[in-house]
Design a protein around this ligand. Structure first.
Ligand SMILES: Nc1ncnc2c1ncn2[C@@H]1O[C@H](COP(=O)(O)OP(=O)(O)OP(=O)(O)O)[C@@H](O)[C@H]1O
Ligand SMILES: [Mg+2]
Length: 362
């Protein structure tokens, strides 16, 4: 991922800060570590909202009210809440289809008002509610919209179209020349995803992209989305009112109600520490064991200590669920499980870490 290789800024100390004692490099390194945020990407926000509000003209109350949060670069954040709570409005403010009435949105630390709207939209992939493919254009033409705006040479665009169709599991030779009306709902959704990825934007906004398909197709699309994200590491802001979808896909969830943010945390923390009765009811926290069947192990995973090889006898896949982890821990009476990805240990979980994961939050 891009952020992993990024050097810290040469001097991370705030302006005016002075290191005491002239302790040389080790002192400097210690201070530098102390300044590092607790979450690895927290200082490298892909998208940051600061006190953002939107009051539509003539409306009795704000559609979005005083929302502040950051979507870390490369992370998958889901906006979750009931119909009319302001999810679409909040999303559309990122590519300036709606302008806030108060507050500021930053994209990679730049106030988006400093970027021309057309330029901004070229940098951001967008999958709108109800798919929004152009019905009179073929699949290839739909996917080429942004590459054409960017004036890519035809050969490059065509290669990109084929690459993306293959990526979303639509064999290009079969689907390239089809029209949206000749495809199923699930296939159209995939074209929508391919189109959003076409210009290779780092940031993608998705508004209920899987809203119009049956439950089985939907869970297949979610599965693909997770694999895509693991590969591409985009910064994704994804809207849904489907709790299971949110728990399954999100690195972090923004729970919204009546224009306001009620809670912003990982799926597991939201289940185990709901901020109030509304969140508790919304996410079905009363049936936590069932809901943990949707949450990935990595949500409660501890990092491997440096140099550790995690020679734990019991293993669980990174993308397995916490419910599977809990069953295995209880059944085997093991102290902990090694979390493996492609056979390589990447972390570990214990009953205690699962219990604690919901507590030590900012
Ligand atoms: N262009 C507009 N003019 C006036 N009011 C609007 C406009 N767009 C949205 N609203 C109002 O703002 C509020 C939030 O709407 P929004 O579309 O953001 O909700 P949502 O959370 O996306 O809902 P859903 O899940 O149904 O898509 C609603 O009360 C809606 O009626
Ligand atoms: Mg909406």
């Amino acid at each position: 991922m891009e952020t992993e290789g990024k050097p810290l800024s040469p001097n991370p100390l705030p302006p005016g800060a002075v290191l005491q004692g002239g302790g040389g490099f080790s002192e400097w390194a210690r201070a530098r570590r102390a300044l590092r945020p607790p979450y690895p990407f927290a200082s490298m926000a892909g998208i940051r909202f600061e006190h953002v509000s939107k009051l539509f003209p003539g409306a009795a109350r704000a559609a979005v009210e005083d929302c502040s949060f950051a979507v870390a670069d490369g992370s998958f954040v889901v906006l979750l809440g009931p119909s009319g709570c302001g999810k679409t409005t909040l999303l559309k403010m990122v590519n300036r289809l709606v302008e806030p009435t108060a507050g500021t949105i930053y994209l990679q630390d730049t106030d988006i008002r400093q970027i021309r709207a057309t330029e901004l939209r070229r940098q951001i992939g967008y999958v709108i509610q109800q798919i929004g493919l152009f019905p009179h254009m073929t699949v290839a033409q739909n996917v080429s919209v942004v590459p054409n705006l960017l004036k890519w040479p035809a050969a490059k665009t065509q290669a990109r179209v084929d690459e993306l169709l293959a990526l979303v599991d639509l064999p290009p030779a079969e689907y390239r020349e089809r029209y949206p009306g000749q495809m199923s709902g699930g296939q159209r959704q995939r074209v929508g995803v391919a189109r959003a990825l076409a210009g290779d934007p780092q940031v993608i906004l998705m508004d209920e992209p899987f809203g119009a398909v049956d439950a089985i197709t939907r869970s297949g699309l979610q599965e693909e989305m997770l694999h895509l994200q693991r590969k591409l590491k985009k910064t994704i802001l994804f809207v849904t009112h489907d709790v299971e979808e949110a728990l399954r896909l999100a690195d972090k969830i923004v729970v919204m109600r009546a224009g306001r943010i009620v809670q912003y945390d990982t799926p597991f923390a939201i289940l185990s520490q709901p901020a109030n009765e509304f969140v508790y009811q919304l996410v079905g926290a009363d049936d936590m064991v069932r809901q943990l069947g949707l949450v990935r192990v990595e949500s409660a995973m501890l990092p491997l200590p440096a140099g550790a090889s995690a020679d734990l006898a019991h293993k669980i896949g990174r993308e397995d669920t916490l419910r599977q982890a809990l069953s295995l821990l209880l059944r085997s009476a093991a102290d902990g499980l090694a979390v493996v990805e492609n056979g390589v240990p990447v972390g570990w979980v214990t009953l205690e870490s699962i219990r604690r994961a919901g507590e030590a939050r900012e």
